[in-house]
Design a protein around this ligand. Sequence first.
Ligand code: ARE
Length: 544
Amino acid sequence: MKSTTSKSNRRSKLYTLIAALAVIAIVVAAGVVYGVYRWSSTSSGSNASTAVTSTHTPTPSQESAPVSPSASKDVILIAFQTNWRSVAAECTKTYGPEGVGYVEVSPPQESIQGSQWWTSYQPASYRLDSKLGSESDFTNMVSTCKAAGVGIIADAVINHMAGAYSGGGERQGVSGSPYTADGSFPAVPYSKENFHTCTSNIMNYGNASDVQNCRLDALQDLDTSQPYVQDKISDYLKHLLDLGVYGFRVDAVKHIANADVAAIKTRLAQKTGRPAQDIFFEQEVIGSPSEAKEIQPSVYLGNGKVSEFRYSSSLAKMFADDIADEDTGLKSIGGKYWLPTSKAAVWVTNWDTERDRALTYKSGPSYLLANAFMLAYDYGQPHVYSGYYFATKDDGAPGATATSVPDASCPTDGSMQPGTWQCAQRWTAIRGMIGFRKAVSGQKVRDWKRYGQNVLGFSRGSAGYLALNNSSKPSQQTFRSSLPAGEYCNVYASGDCSQTIKVSRDGSFQATLPAHSAIALHTSASKSTWKGTQSSDPSDPRLG
Ligand code: ARE
């Protein structure tokens, strides 16, 4: 009797255990299925709602989730003038699911007042209370993005403070901090003695002392050689690191002596207890061989990455001429005199060049083709730029006032109307190419071939193939790739695999590449496995 009871007890305990395990298994499986569903529905560009507003509140465990800087997720998205709430929402909705590694945001410190975008580059204090949001909005953005696997790169304006102005008197920054045109910034605090004595504008880029000790565009130039100034700057950067930012784009580095940049980084490393080489620093140095040797991009390589501006200017020239030319075309990117690929920060355009030179949305379909090339090729760390359509150079973000920028919303008609956001991170071709980059990570460029004027193709190992037609005529070709046989989605052209290419056993495929278009194929996007359901995105621009 006793043994029967204990047997049945044991049996019932066993049943309970099995039932409990079954429940756990069902819950886990449901979680996985939900996760896969969410990934596929978002990564295919499914019904992206057009409003970008924050609803996500991260749990503490999500907040501490690490962002792994892996080579397959090296894409930086520049969310120009986008407010913190909108970046947070987009991290969850688009950047994270699409595989963007980092978002570079506009300067987060308090700036002067004004609706123009460039007011962000005139600090009034280092308080994190700016046109783009409060410190708590910023903190929420950092943790929300981190939970979505996306690191935040802050634009650090450390060379100068607000611009000088005439008429004297005190002014207030966007959150009320007072400042003057003669060096008084009590909220930091900085006083006149903390600035260089040269008050004229830079006249001669052939003279390093002029470039580094005088004023860039009337901006009051900090004397970054002073230990006190280095201390204040490193405190500001430490604060951002403490809040969880991944690293920095450092503004106007050419105007700061290399020794000062290195000293600021060393202080920051000491204060945060991190090795200096583990702190991401991407330095803005616009290179020009005709300028002084002390201000060349290569001088700053010891501090981290450096902008390779040759990239965007070369792409502009090549896409206006013949991208397939063996000597002057895309093949020459990353040549002998370029920064080493591991140190180069590259983009088709940024906010300065967009208003001045370079390929931009105003250049038509070449803009998209150039971005596709950047994301498919293996030179430098790519930055996809996402700003807003504008009429004049000074136009601030859509709806910007002197002290705030409203939440972003993505356009739905492709008309590129000034005063609407671009939302480039949502464009079908950009989403497709970010997925391409992830799939071909670590694979070498091969099968490079010129197929005619402005028509070329190349493989990334046996994982992907990109063919570009930058001419105004369709191009019918037999392309030679190293892809395994199969039917692949053209991820440049659609998000739902409605345009496919059949690759034969020898890797070749026949296709007619439309004018100004591309074919992008990779092994993670085959007809039989593709989950995307949305052919195009409402914010796709009509580039002509
Ligand atoms: C604004 C007004 C000015 C006014 C000033 C002060 O436009 O008229 O005098 O405010 O009141 C941005 C805007 C500027 C703006 C500034 C501050 O572009 O127009 O000035 O914000 O609000 C050089 C630097 C490089 C710099 C470019 C613009 O080397 O670092 O000039 N780029 C960064 C940012 C900019 C930002 C700043 C620096 C300032 O990306 O967005 O300015 O924080 C050659 C040289 C380059 C030189 C280039 C252009 O190529 O080799 O070194 O770049 O010409 O001059």
